[in-house]
Ligand binder design. Structure first.
Ligand code: NDP
Ligand code: BG6
Length: 493
């Protein structure tokens, strides 16, 4: 039987009044509380340089969870567990004070000494916070657990990610570190292992003998919005491909783990990520495509957006082809793409199966069209669902085949009940389950794959803008698949 007893814990949230905390983190914690998954033995200390009273902080919490409840008494009871401490993460004295507050709250809330440190701040602070927590003795020493939660991005390349990881692991063990990737908290991502390993019918054909190609699309219709400061130094490749997309790839491509325990799963994810072919310069040119959005019908081009330099060489779109050097996938390409200002907000995985070796119906007297590939689609966003294109007989006069779509779409009512990604991830952190967090070797393998692409793109000028806002990206991304005799399934079919 799974252990469903809510875990007692004290949270310390660095960046306690930041955008992410207010928009996503407090609502997620509140939902856990509402559903009874959070022990009443919990307290949260919000931290940043701001001077706030506990009451002022609690008022912000009540505001931030307003969309999740109409029950004011419940909101106030929840907020009463929140405390504010003005804290500059570079000031060592502040950690001494934090340690004392933590000891008091441990006692008051009987948290068993369990501590969760959530660093929701600019990445340059991740390592500093981890080191100071340890050096200034804020970590629990009373037999409780210490867990460090780190937001994204985890480095800008392999070297900076390694440096960050070395800083974190000088204070915390790998199994105490939870690297957030919110795509791993999404329903469809979490459903991939069940689809694959819970259905022998699917498991049996999950390889290069039957699968022609795999396509992962994480498309956004929004542009850079007000994040130019960060985004112009990151780009689609770092922002969406290195982390979210490659994590999805790892669940799709990994071998069956020995069990559904995080250590077993991570082992398989690392193995498959390390088997991605790393491209040399010519390989990058042949297998990756970058883009930057131009103007739309009534919208500016990227270079005219607030805060973006007029000569920006940043990619707002990236597509690529992954080849695995392993026996399961050797001949099957995985195509990946992500970009801003595209036609649709859609996250999806399209798995295209091979056609029959011989199409006997095409040799019949009545069949005008050839059989289509079976395509299995997993919808991630905004709809959650699964569909399968299969060939069947058309019931009209004569003998023709046609392709029909077997479709399971989650209803809006059901989808509204699905826990938010951060809610799931918080729950897992409390349980100490690292299944849906990126381990260091996975992050390292992903950067090693991405680094040559980023390097070439940094060192050469892109021919930008090269796609219209509201389109599905540059022509070169279609050509990439066409060269292999393939085509993007979405939105063409
Ligand atoms: P914000 O800039 O909104 O918040 C940063 C927080 O850090 C503020 O609370 C600020 O408060 C605090 N801070 C800054 N300097 C110090 C300091 N020296 N000591 C103590 N506190 C300090 O950032 P976001 O909330 O947007 O992002 C936080 C993290 O989450 C980042 O890693 C980001 O990449 C990640 N993220 C954010 C997303 C989002 O939608 N916002 C989405 C995905 C990831 P003060 O000025 O009072 O000190
Ligand atoms: C974040 C990126 O990680 O994911 C953003 O930094 C992007 O640029 C966002 O917009 C997309 O997430 P979602 O869940 O809206 O698809």
């Amino acid at each position: 039987m799974p252990n469903t007893t809510p875990t007692r814990a004290l949270y310390m949230l660095f960046g306690g009044t930041g955008d992410l905390a207010l928009r996503k983190l407090y609502p997620a914690i509140f939902n856990l509380y509402k559903k009874g998954s959070l022990s009443t033995h919990f307290a949260l200390v919000g931290l940043s340089r701001k001077e706030l009273t506990d009451e002022e902080f609690r008022a912000k919490i009540i505001d931030s969870i307003a969309a999740e409840t109409e029950n004011q008494a419940q909101a106030e009871e929840f907020a009463s567990h929140f405390y504010w401490k003005s804290h500059d993460v570079t000031n060592l004295d502040h950690y001494q004070e934090l340690g004392k507050i933590a000891d008091e709250l441990d006692k008051k809330y009987e948290t068993n000494g369990n501590r969760i440190f959530y660093v929701s701040m600019a990445p340059r602070f991740f390592g500093i916070v981890a080191k100071n927590l340890k050096d200034q003795n804020v970590l629990s020493e009373n037999g409780g657990f210490n867990r460090l939660v780190i937001e994204k991005p985890f480095g800008r390349d392999f070297a900076s990610a390694k440096e960050l990881n070395d800083d974190l692991t000088s204070a915390f063990n790998e199994n105490q570190i939870y690297r957030i990737d919110h795509y791993l908290g999404k329903e469809t991502t979490q459903a991939i292992p069940v689809l694959r390993f819970g259905n022998p019918m699917i498991d049996a054909i999950w390889n290069q003998n039957y699968i022609k190609d795999v396509q992962i699309t994480l498309a956004e219709s929004l542009g850079v919005e007000d994040r130019a400061g960060y985004y112009d130094t990151a780009g689609a490749l770092r922002d969406m491909i290195q982390n979210h997309t490659l994590q999805i790839v790892s669940y799709l491509a990994m071998e069956q783990p020995n069990s559904f325990i995080d250590t077993d799963i991570r082992r398989e994810k690392v193995k498959v990520l390390e088997s991605m072919k790393i491209y040399d310069e010519q390989g990058v040119k042949d297998n990756f495509v970058r883009g930057q959005y131009g103007a739309g019908d009534n919208t500016p081009e990227y270079r005219q957006e607030n805060g973006v330099p007029e000569d920006s060489n940043n990619n707002t779109y990236a597509a690529g082809k992954i080849i695995f050097d392993n026996p399961r996938w050797g001949k099957t390409p995985f195509y990946i793409r992500s970009g801003k200002k595209l036609a649709d907000k859609t996250g999806r995985i399209d798995i295209e199966f091979k056609k029959p070796l011989v199409d006997i119906f095409a040799k019949g007297t009545n069949q005008p069209a050839e059989l289509q590939s079976n395509v299995l689609t997993l919808l991630i966003d905004p709809k959650i669902g699964i569909s399968l294109d299969i060939n069947t007989k058309n019931s009209d006069q004569g003998f023709h085949t046609e392709t029909v779509d077997l479709n399971y779409l989650q209803s809006d009512d059901r989808a509204a009940e699905v826990p938010l990604p951060y809610e799931r991830l918080f729950h897992d952190i409390l349980k100490g389950d690292g299944t849906y967090f990126a381990s260091w070797p996975e992050v390292a393998a992903a950067w090693k794959f991405i680094d040559p692409v980023q390097k070439l793109w940094d060192n050469t000028k892109g021919d930008f803008p090269n796609y219209k806002s509201g389109s599905m990206g540059p022509q070169a991304a279609d050509d990439l698949l066409a060269r292999d005799g393939n085509a993007w399934y979405f939105p063409n079919k």
